[in-house]
Structure formats: C-alpha cells, structure tokens
Ligand binder design. Structure first.
Ligand code: ASP
Ligand code: MG
Length: 418
C-alpha cells in the first residue's frame, strides 16, 4: 500500500481538488490511502472562531459563516448538481459544529480547540471523497478518530501506538482508495484530539508504519525538499536524495517541508518518503531513504523569523552553572517557550527562543528576580547545514549579527534584520 498526504495548499479550491484527481490518474490509486489536511487556511480560520468563542465576541457567528461560505463555494464549483449528497453531508458537519458552540460547557481551552479545529479535516475529506466517487473512483471515507488513539493532551496529543496499530490493521481495506483526515485522533473517551499544528505528515507516517506501507508521498507546491526556501532565496535547488538523518536534522532546525515527528516511524521500518510536486506529479522530487546522502552536500538554509534572543547574566558575577541552567530550562518548558539555540559563557547564558503563546512577559518577571535579563525581539535565526564561506556571507551580509554558533556541519546566526 502507498500512503499519500495532501496538505492544505493542495486542496485550497475546486481546482486543487480536481488536481488531486489528476494526480491519482497519473500515479495510480489502487491500494492507496490518502491523508488530507484542512483546505487552504481553514485551520487558521477555525482558530479565529475559537478565539471569538472564548472572547464571547460578536464576530463569532460571522467567523463561522466565513468558513462555511468558503467551503460552500468549493462544493458549488465542483458539483453542478445541488442534489449531490455532499451538500447535505457538509451541512450536517456545520450543524454539528454550531451545536457544539451553542452547547459546550467545558472551559478547557485546549479541549475546546480540538473539538472545533477538527472540522477542517472532517469537511475537507468529506468533500474530497464525494468528488472522487462523483468521478467514478470507489473510495472509503475513514473517520481517523476511530483508528488513531491518543492520550488526552489536547492540541499536542501523544499516540497510543499499540491501540492504533490494532485499529489500523483491522479497518483499512486494501485494493481501494481510502481517504482519511490528517492531524486528528481521539482519546480514551472518544473526544477528538489533535497531534500538533501541521501534524498531517505525522498522520501519514503513522499509517505507513502500521500498514507496513511501500512508501509515503507528501505532495507539495514545491518540486521537493529544497536546500533553501525559494520564497526567500533566489537560487534554491532541489535535493534529489537525502538520508533520514539529514532530513531529521533539517526538520529539527526548522525546515518546514517535513514535520519533524514524521521521519522517526518511517526510519524505523525503512519506509521511503517521497516529497513531490502536485503540479508535476511525474517528476521524481526528493526521496528520503536509508543510507548515504547522494548530494554533494549543498549548503542548506533554514530561516526562522520572529524569534526572541534572551541573555541572562548573574547579578553578582557568580557563574551560571548546572543548577541555574536546569532551573532556567524548567521555566522555559513551563512557559512553553521553544528553545532553538543555546550559548553560554561563565557568567552569561543566551538562548534564541520562539514564544508562540506570548508568555515571555510572565516568564521575564520571574527570571528578573534572579538574573539580569537582556532581550531582543523580532530577530531571525538562520541555520546553514553544510555551510561554506559563501553561504555564510549570503546570510550575514549587511546585517547585524547578534550571535553566532558554529559546529562541524552547522552554523547558526541570530540576526537583526535592518
Ligand atoms: N490542518 C492542520 C494545520 O494546518 C494540520 C496540517 O495541515 O497538517 O495545522
Ligand atoms: Mg494545514
């Protein structure tokens, strides 16, 4: 069996959905499982709904209507016949969402988040599978929440591998086209959970692992894994083949083409991962597999914007030692700041972090009691794997370098963009 993952950008409108059909025509769809994300920017739009819900905003209803309108337009573009069952199916899903919003009693933000945000994937897969049937492909729509079991750590749920394995082995039919949702799972009580933003790649890897799949293909709007983000670098080139290890390193440093959790299950069973263009599906793209990197190590550039550089120094010139460091890390963890780079000297300690949840002010209040805290907001972290002088120059030229760290294979620079 082959597992294909189609992300939000690949199904952002009616043409995108038709294109999925074209891709399947070209590469085959027998014995295939499709893992599909929410359409376009739906997850962000649903996050807006969640925000309005918690803020009891007057915009709540209109934000839901916006999501509805967007999907209705796609459905109308795809199915001329308003009698097609898909209309009723989508309406039913929106009714469920509205029922939840009207009746939910839980004040637990993360729980509510998962119950709401999941409609993005439920609706996208419903539309896609109706369209495939409409085009004459026999499909099975699978509610992934019956298969992928997790703990109740909403928004970042941890997989229960053994239950999931049993469910997947039992329920996925071979020889036909299966369509299911990325990103979602369910807990012990069958409440919906999610695996973390952009988690659909991981879903594809979970299925591939449990099905002993022949391969996983992630269909993208780029030709494959590039050595740099073509939106920011002029001469980005395609990496034809990379090892799991290199891919894990790239994902770790923030290359967004592959979700970091995806590679581990694949690597364990040596299931190859292909990253290919959904525009040119017959091109080879990138293959991630076991073994040596065939590339003549091209420098790879990874850019993380909107970072926070924090430097802590001791107030009394005492050293920053293990116990301080472990306390500092404890706090970063507690306040959910993601640490992307660490550098320390005798009396100071610098970290480049991501403050997704806007917790730095609260953390700073605590840290300032013990340390002198300096920080720069809105800095950019550049990572270059397999750097050379020229690569370093591209990044540093005409910019203010706040911090730099070099190891054998990797160079990281924190920059204040001028
Ligand atoms: N729709 C989810 C998100 O945007 C999951 C995914 O796309 O992988 O985060
Ligand atoms: Mg998405």
């Amino acid at each position: 069996m082959r597992v294909f993952k189609f992300g939000g950008a690949s199904v952002k409108d009616a043409d995108g959905i038709k294109n999925v059909y074209d891709v399947l025509q070209k590469v085959g769809f027998e014995d295939v499982l499709l893992v599909v994300s929410a359409m376009g920017k739906t997850t962000n739009a649903l996050e807006e709904v969640i925000k309005n819900y918690f803020e009891k905003s007057a915009e709540l209803n209109s934000s839901v209507q916006e999501v509805k309108k967007y999907h209705n337009q796609i459905v109308m573009d795809l199915f001329e016949d308003e009698k097609n069952e898909v209309f009723a199916a989508i309406n039913a899903q929106f009714s469920d969402l509205e029922y939840f919003l009207a009746h939910n009693k839980s004040p637990n933000y993360n729980f509510v988040y998962d119950q709401i945000v999941s409609y993005g994937e439920l609706i996208s897969t419903t539309i896609l599978s109706h369209f495939m049937s409409f085009m004459g492909i026999q499909t099975q729509w699978v509610d992934v929440r019956n298969l992928i079991k997790t703990d109740a750590n909403y928004r970042d749920a941890e997989l229960d591998w053994s239950l999931t394995q049993t469910n997947i082995s039992k329920n996925i039919k071979r020889k036909i086209l299966n369509i299911t949702q990325g990103f979602l799972g369910s807990d012990e009580n069958n409440f919906t959970t999610t695996l973390g933003r952009e988690g659909s790649d991981y879903t594809a890897a979970i299925f591939a692992y449990c099905l002993n799949a022949e391969s996983v293909t992630i269909w993208k709007d780029v030709p494959g894994v590039m050595n740099a983000d073509p939106r920011y670098f002029e001469n980005a080139s395609l990496l034809n083949q990379i090892s799991y290890r290199e891919a894990i390193e790239l994902a770790f440093y923030g290359a967004t083409v592959i979700h970091p959790k995806t590679l581990q299950p694949l690597q364990k069973k040596e299931i190859p991962l292909y990253v290919k263009s959904f525009i040119n599906p017959l091109l080879k793209g990138t293959s991630v597999a076991k073994g040596v990197d065939l590339e003549p190590y091209l420098p790879c550039f990874i850019v993380k914007r909107n970072q926070l550089l924090i430097s802590l120094s001791s107030i009394d010139f005492s050293f920053i030692m293990e116990e301080n460091i472990s306390e500092i890390f404890g706090l970063f963890h507690q306040f959910k700041l993601k640490v992307n780079l660490i550098q320390n000297s005798a009396i100071s300690f610098s970290v480049c972090v991501e403050d997704k949840f806007d917790n730095f002010n609260a953390l700073n209040a605590l840290l300032s009691k013990k340390f002198k805290v300096d920080f720069s907001e809105n800095v950019t972290l550049y990572t270059i794997r397999h750097f050379n002088d020229q690569a370093a120059q591209t990044v540093e030229e005409n910019k203010t370098v706040l911090l730099k760290q070099v190891s054998r294979e990797t160079m990281q620079v924190v920059i204040k963009e001028n």
